[in-house]
Design a protein around this ligand. Structure first.
Ligand code: DI6
Ligand code: FE
Length: 437
């Protein structure tokens, strides 16, 4: 583990302890401006010169310091001095594939020499090459190989992440990936939500037996994952090089029958009607959406499905077609942003860079990008009302930033101004090399 990662994982509880009177909050964060990200009509839901109180892992008070009632804030067990920085909800990376073995740096070189992502996939590389590496890795090896990626997200202010399976494509390895994702969440100060993505690619041993693989997914994997509570949702890759809309619908029917919510990799590389399919199942999200149509955006809005934009994949693949951001806005579709951290199309370990790319490449505003990693990411994981916004009653999952304005979170390229994260009320401060460098 990198030294910096170790530091962010160390609980800095011993610092800043105050007189421990009875009855006060567990934690008081002062000398901060707050971007609550609450939908108040005010940009970023800003509270200048704010104060946040936390008790039992829950936010109990948020507001301007001079309006704080004595009983809400006095006698705190611990005070964190924000030194004039900005406090936001902890970032939520709602779409990652960060558990895998090996890398695909060789394919990166092949693409730079002119091969496309689809050509590499059709030649047996792509997802299948990561599947081969992941199948041979033990749970311990997978955990060791993946931990630094989750640490990298944590260091950049992420307190909640979604991790998909999809590099096993057999019962044992899919389940192993989901268990490893759970273990990572127990070892690091990041909550992990897990998604079964068995319909990610057709495994080689099922080459001419597509239906037989879908039988395995629908009749064995989904029931087991539901019974053992190994995943919180089911995803599928609806694409020419993966599964047809009818095949994804079959997966969704099985998921729904087992009480699992669904989401879809939709319209990424070609127009496949993915947005309409996701909307038809009231999916929690439709992700990518580069080729989504106006009708698709309208359907997402009507279904209450969130659009998850993944600019890291667009960037890595050198794509030219941008998702229809204007249509999504016009129809009022909530827009989330995520890293899509994966070995093939998005080896992106920085949520802030994902936000920067969402602005520069897709035309989001910095406020939309931050909302995409906070307020609008929460419902993708079924956590609206729990995380993503700073208000009383929400979980105390927070990020403290060394910036003068929250737009800077999308503005810097490759900087990390995260000074500390708070997860469930516990403070994890970065070491001495804090600041924008
Ligand atoms: N879309 C993606 O961006 C990832 N999976 C997917 O369905 C890519 C996965 C990979 O190339 O390994
Ligand atoms: Fe993905």
């Amino acid at each position: 583990m990198a030294e910096s990662a170790k530091r962010v994982c160390q609980n800095g509880r011993q610092e800043n302890d105050l007189n421990r009177e009875q009855g006060g909050p567990d934690l008081l964060i002062r000398n901060i401006h707050v971007a609550t990200m609450a939908d108040t009509g005010e940009a970023y839901g800003v509270v200048r010169d704010g104060l946040v109180a936390v008790t039992g892992g829950t936010i109990t008070w948020v507001g301007a310091a001079h309006t704080a009632p004595r009983e809400a804030t006095s006698g705190a067990s611990r005070t964190l001095d924000g030194a004039g920085g900005w406090l936001t909800p902890g970032l939520i990376d709602c779409h990652t594939h960060l558990v895998f073995a090996g890398t695909r740096a060789g394919e990166f070189e092949m693409r730079l020499r002119g091969m496309t992502y689809e050509e590499i996939a059709r030649a047996g590389g792509g997802i299948r090459s990561t599947v081969a590496a992941t199948r041979t890795a033990t749970a311990e090896e997978l955990c060791d190989a993946s931990a630094w990626r989750l640490e990298a997200l944590a260091i950049h202010g992420v307190t909640m992440v979604e991790i998909k399976s999809g590099y096993g494509l057999d019962v044992d390895t899919e389940l192993r990936m989901l268990r490893v994702a759970r273990t990572l969440g127990e070892r690091l100060p990041v909550r992990v939500s897990r998604t079964l993505l068995a319909a990610h690619a057709l495994p080689p041993e099922y080459e001419d037996r597509r239906d037989a693989y879908l039988d395995l997914v629908c009749e064995t994997m989904i029931p087991r994952v539901a019974a053992e509570r190994l995943a919180d949702a089911v995803d599928a890759f609806c694409e020419d090089i993966a599964f047809t809309p009818a095949e994804c619908a079959r997966v969704f029917d099985a998921a729904t029958a087992h009480g699992l919510p669904v989401r879809l990799h939709a319209d990424q590389l070609s127009p496949s009607g993915g947005a309409e399919l996701a909307a038809g199942y009231r999916a929690r999200s439709a992700d990518h959406l580069e080729y989504a149509t106006e009708a698709g955006c309208r359907a997402l809005a009507a279904a209450g499905t969130t659009a998850v934009l993944l600019p890291g994949a667009y960037y890595t693949l050198g794509a030219s077609r941008r998702p229809p951001v204007d249509a999504l806005r016009r129809h009022g579709v909530p827009i989330a942003v995520a890293t899509d951290l994966n070995p093939g199309s998005s080896p992106l370990t920085s949520p802030l860079l994902a936000m920067n790319m969402a602005c520069v490449l897709f035309g989001l505003t910095p406020e939309e990008a931050l909302a995409g990693m906070t307020r609008h990411a929460a419902p993708v994981l079924g956590l609206q009302g729990e995380v993503g916004v700073l208000s009383p009653g929400m979980r105390a999952d927070l990020a403290l930033w060394d910036v003068d304005h929250p737009a800077e979170l999308s503005y810097w390229i490759g900087a990390n101004p995260c000074r500390a994260v708070v997860r469930g009320g516990e403070v994890y401060e970065r070491g001495p090399l804090t600041g924008k460098q």
